[in-house]
Design a protein around this ligand. Structure first.
Ligand SMILES: [Zn+2]
Length: 289
């Protein structure tokens, strides 16, 4: 298993009692406490690259008040807790491209920042075959606290960067960075990397064309899963709704567990994105909306 660059999971956090604010109705629950990090890791806010990177599942921190939601240390090392390796890839990619990057520090078991706050799996009770005891029977106020203190600050940061670039007429391509487990429910996945898109295939198709020229890599076209505007959040909201070119990468986690793997994949993705940008410009599809 890779070292966790932003994780506090190695040392089980002290559990605090939830704090109920505004006794009476409506009830508001305070989630983050002193010592809990900001959910947003923001790199190169004013970077000069056309690319803006996001990583909704980059971290596996837990707010102190939640402990580890009853999840075992062994399960905290698994893909159910975070997108293994993607933080390291995204940070390096940000540096190589001079691209703004927004990474989310808390575990996807606390709140899934690539789901709509109204979705049933926004706060998940089962992940793959593992129960998340601390997420069972939650009252609405607890779910709202995760949206208010983690989800919204994170996505507001992404939106703020994209708004500022739009207002300044800076060309922008949105890239959501994710990683996926090599085996899910006992089924192996052959794809080294997946290229995901839905309603706007402009950039996804260009990347697939480019990647098809490389015999050494197995690329998934909307595999191991596909995007939808109902299920997913980052690409539909930050890419499709804005009308800017976009893509989501899903890199297989066994390839980016090590720092060497993360560095190699960041370098390779940087090269692919630069080439893709050239073709996007040639196609006339890159505009400043
Ligand atoms: Zn992910």
């Amino acid at each position: 298993m890779p070292q966790a660059p932003v994780s506090g999971a190695a040392d089980p956090p002290q559990t605090l009692m939830p704090v109920i604010m505004n006794a009476g109705s409506p009830v508001s629950v305070s989630l983050l406490a002193e010592g809990d990090p900001d959910p947003v890791e923001l790199l190169r806010k004013d970077g000069g690259s056309p690319f803006v990177l996001s990583a909704e599942h980059a971290g596996r921190r837990f707010p102190r008040r939640l402990g580890t939601l009853g999840v075992s240390p062994a399960d905290l090392d698994r893909h159910i807790a975070w997108d293994i390796g993607i933080a390291g890839v995204t940070r390096r990619l940000s540096e190589l491209l001079d691209a703004p990057a927004v990474l989310q520090r808390y575990s996807r078991l606390v709140v899934d920042c690539n789901r709509w706050p109204t979705a049933g799996d926004f706060v998940i009770r089962f992940s793959e075959d593992t129960e998340i005891p601390g997420n069972s029977g939650l009252e609405a106020a607890h779910i709202e606290s995760r949206a208010r203190e983690i989800f919204h600050p994170y996505h507001d940061t992404v939106s703020g960067i994209l708004d500022a670039r739009r207002d300044s007429g800076i060309e922008t391509v949105f890239v959501a960075m994710h990683s996926c487990t090599p085996v899910y429910l006992g089924v192996s996945r052959p794809w080294h990397v997946g290229v995901l898109y839905d309603k706007d295939p402009r950039f996804g198709h260009i990347l697939l064309e480019l990647l098809a020229e490389d015999d050494g890599i197995c690329v998934g076209d909307n595999e191991p899963y596909f995007l939808t505007s109902d299920k997913d959040y980052a690409v539909p909201v930050h890419g499709e709704q804005r009308g800017i070119p976009h893509v989501e990468f899903e890199i297989r986690q066994d390839l980016i567990e090590s720092e060497a793997g993360q560095a190699a994949w960041a370098k390779w993705i940087a090269s692919v994105l630069r080439q893709g940008l050239g073709r996007l410009r040639e196609s006339g599809a890159l505009n400043n909306r």
